[in-house]
Design a protein around this ligand. Sequence first.
Ligand SMILES: *Cc1c(COP(=O)(O)O)cnc(C)c1O
Length: 452
Amino acid sequence: MEQRVAADPKDGSTPDAAGADARRRIPRTDAVLRDPRLLEAAGRLGTGRVKSAVHRAQQRAREGAVPPEAVADTAVALLPRSPVGLRPVINATGVLLHTNLGRAPLSAAARQAVRDAAGPTDVELDLGTGVRARRGRTALAALRAAVPAAPAVHLVNNGAAALVLAATALAAGREIVVGRGELVEIGDGFRLPDLLVSTGARLREVGTTNRTTVADYAEAVGPRTAFVLKVHPSNFRITGFTHAADVAELTDLGVPVVVDIGSGLLARHPLLPEEPDAHTQLTAGAALVTASGDKLLGGPQCGLLLGREDLIGALSRHPLARALRVDKLTLAALEATLTGPATPTDEALAADPAELTRRAERLAALLRADGADVRAVASEATVGGGGAPGVTLPSAALSLPERYATALRTGPVPVVGRLEAGRCLLDLRAVPEPDDAHLAEAVRSVEGRWAT
Ligand SMILES: *Cc1c(COP(=O)(O)O)cnc(C)c1O
C-alpha cells in the first residue's frame, strides 16, 4: 500500500504503470468471443456460460494473474465441461442399482431411443390417419407383451406414483388393509404409510411386525375396504419366527389384492428366487401389481401398473393420472428396454465371477506395472436400490489404498468405489467391460496428479 502511494504514475518502470499498460492490452469481450474454440463452445454450452468464462478470464488479467494474451486460453480453461451439472460416473461400488448413482444404467438401445425421441415424435398421433392416438401406445403394448398375464397396463413417473394413483383412484375415503410388517420406509425418509395416507385413504394395519396370517386380513376386511395391499419389503429382511400371507391366500376376501413388488422383475429371475415378479403375482390372483422401471427391470425411472382392465381403466381416467404421466423420453427408453437386448443390469447380474476375477487381475497387473499399490481381490456385490435384500453376488475388485477413494471420485472421469477394511475397493460387477480402460486411466490420472 505504502509503495503504491509513493510510485510515480508517469514512470513506465513502476509496477502500477506496467499493470495499467497490461490492462489496456486486455482484449475486448467481442474480440475474445471470435476465438474458434469459444464459438464452438457457445453452440454446445450457450452464450451465457461462454461470456461468463470470458469475463472471469478478463478479470484475472486485470488482477495480473494471467497475461492479457492468455485471456482466450484462460476462458477456454474456465469453461464447464458440460451444459449440465450431472456428471457421468463409473459405478465401482459393487451395488448394481445404486440410488445415489441413478439406479439402473440404460442399455445402448434405450439411450439411442431417448436420442431419437428427443425431437418431435408421433407420441400422441397416428401418422397413418393424422388423428390423435393413445399416448405411448407402443411402449404400453411392449409392456403388455412382456407380461401376458396382465390384461391391462398403465405408466406413471415412478413406483411411488403408481401407489399414489392406485390409492387415490381406488381408496380415497376408504380403507387399505395392509400387514404391519410391510409398512416400509423406501429410503431418504420416505415412508409408504405416509404416502398412502396423503391420498385420503385410511390404513387398516393388521398382524404384527413378524407374523401376519390370512385370518388377520379376513377379520379386517369389511364394507369400507377398497383393497388389500401387499408390499415387498425390498430393502430389508426379517428372519426367524415369521409368517406372511401369500397373494394366492388373499384372493377370496372379496376385495382386490394390490401388490407392490418394488423391483420391477416381470418374470421370475433364476438368480433371485425370492424376489417377487409381476407374472407370478398376477397368476396368483393379484388384481394390480405396481413396480419401478429403474430397478431390476433395468429401464428408465417410471412406475408400472399392471392388472385388471377395470382397475387400470379407473386409474388411467383419474384426473391425477395426467399429473403423473411419463414423458416421451421415458416411453422411448422403456420400450427399448422391454424389446431390446439384455440391459446392463441383466448383464451385471449374470456376470461370471471367474471372468470378473480375470478382469481384476489383468487390470491390477497393468496398474502395478505403473507402480500402483494395487491388487485383485475377491469381493461381494449386492443388488441394492430396493431389490433382493440379503442377496450377495460373488465378485472381484481392485484393492487400492484408502486415499484413492476421494481422488477417484473427484477425478476427470469420476469413479465411485467403496471403502472396506481400510482399502478402496473398485468392484467390477457393475462396471461394463468396455469401461475397464477408463477405470485404469482414472487410477493412472490419480497417480499423475499426486506425482506433480
Ligand atoms: C423402490 C420401491 C418403491 C418406490 O419406487 P420409486 O420408483 O422409487 O418411486 C415402492 N415400493 C417398493 C416395495 C420399492 O421397493
